[in-house]
Design a protein around this ligand. Structure first.
Ligand code: HEC
Ligand code: HEC
Ligand code: HEC
Length: 121
């Protein structure tokens, strides 16, 4: 009898879990931090409004085809030689901002000092 009750409880729990997954338990996409400060070498760190770009560009792969969705991965890849120094800066950030500007659209900064902020001393 006790065994039966236990099995029943287990079954009920499983059904409940299944139902809660089906009802709005869809995996929530991890959008990462809203604001990220990227290391910018000798020129100083680069503040990057991550969610603003997600909202504007929608497609995550525009950037994440080059590096995965992981904090610190650009530095990791640069150290490993998977990414060249300034590759993200030149091939993504600055490239896109310049193109948008050329097309007369709203764009981000294209000059060194507007992206790289001086480190506080
Ligand atoms: C304009 C470029 C760009 C776009 C578009 C973009 N990301 Fe990112 N994302 C980055 C950069 C840069 C980093 C930081 C990498 C690092 O720290 O080296 C990052 C980091 C992340 C991280 C890990 C950092 C954290 O805070 O957990 C996640 C998760 C992530 N992105 C998810 C997304 C998703 C989901 C989308 C689409 C909805 C997206 N990103 C669109 C550039 C972008
Ligand atoms: C749109 C923003 C943006 C602009 C404009 C920009 N940078 Fe960068 N820069 C970055 C980002 C992001 C990184 C880190 C990723 C990378 O190395 O590609 C970086 C990295 C660097 C690095 C470090 C490279 C290393 O790993 O040693 C230097 C040095 C640098 N930038 C110099 C400059 C100079 C000089 C200018 C102006 C001619 C400039 N940047 C303009 C965003 C920018
Ligand atoms: C595919 C295009 C694209 C890429 C790649 C991209 N940006 Fe931008 N960025 C934009 C656009 C468009 C805006 C203007 C957004 C707006 O005004 O809503 C912008 C705005 C910005 C701003 C200004 C935000 C503000 O509110 O003033 C910064 C800073 C910036 N980007 C940094 C970066 C850095 C750093 C990278 C690389 C890691 C990057 N962006 C990659 C398109 C891009």
């Amino acid at each position: 009898m006790i065994v039966r009750i236990c099995l029943l409880l287990v079954a009920a729990t499983l059904v409940f879990a299944g139902v809660s997954i089906a009802l709005g338990g869809a995996p929530v996409e991890n959008k990462g931090a809203a604001e990220i400060t990227l290391p910018g070498g000798t020129r100083g760190p680069v503040p990057f409004p991550h969610h603003q770009h997600q909202n504007k560009l929608v497609d995550c792969q525009i950037c994440h085809s080059l590096y995965p969705q992981k904090a610190g991965i650009i530095e990791e890849f640069k150290t490993a030689g998977t990414l060249k120094k300034k590759q993200v800066m030149n091939k993504q950030c600055t490239k896109c901002h310049k193109q948008k500007k050329k097309d007369g659209l709203k764009a981000g900064p294209t000059t060194c000092a507007k992206c790289h902020i001086k480190e506080k001393k």
